[in-house]
Design a protein around this ligand. Sequence first.
Ligand code: SF4
Length: 94
Amino acid sequence: MSLCGSDVQKNRGYQRRIKIINTTMEIIKEYPTDNLTVIWKPKKCIHAGICVKTLPKVYNPKAKPWIKPENASVGELKSQINTCPSKALSYRES
Ligand code: SF4
């Protein structure tokens, strides 16, 4: 089977679309507790370290998992998450 000019054009467009989809794919990590799930989007994180300074008992980049939401109250988590400068952090209430 040979591709005529228009098929090649369509095929290139298809490949381009796949690339765009690949570059916009977002990695989303979730750290659930009973009442609240912390959501972290690593590609958005600018590593300002505000989360680590504000709630070191929750955010520890050297630990695995690096976010342990069970170590703070829902109120503490929400108020810290709202200060994330890049909005890499967000939350969902359960
Ligand atoms: S506060 Fe937000 S931007 Fe800063 S290190 Fe934490 S997750 Fe990343």
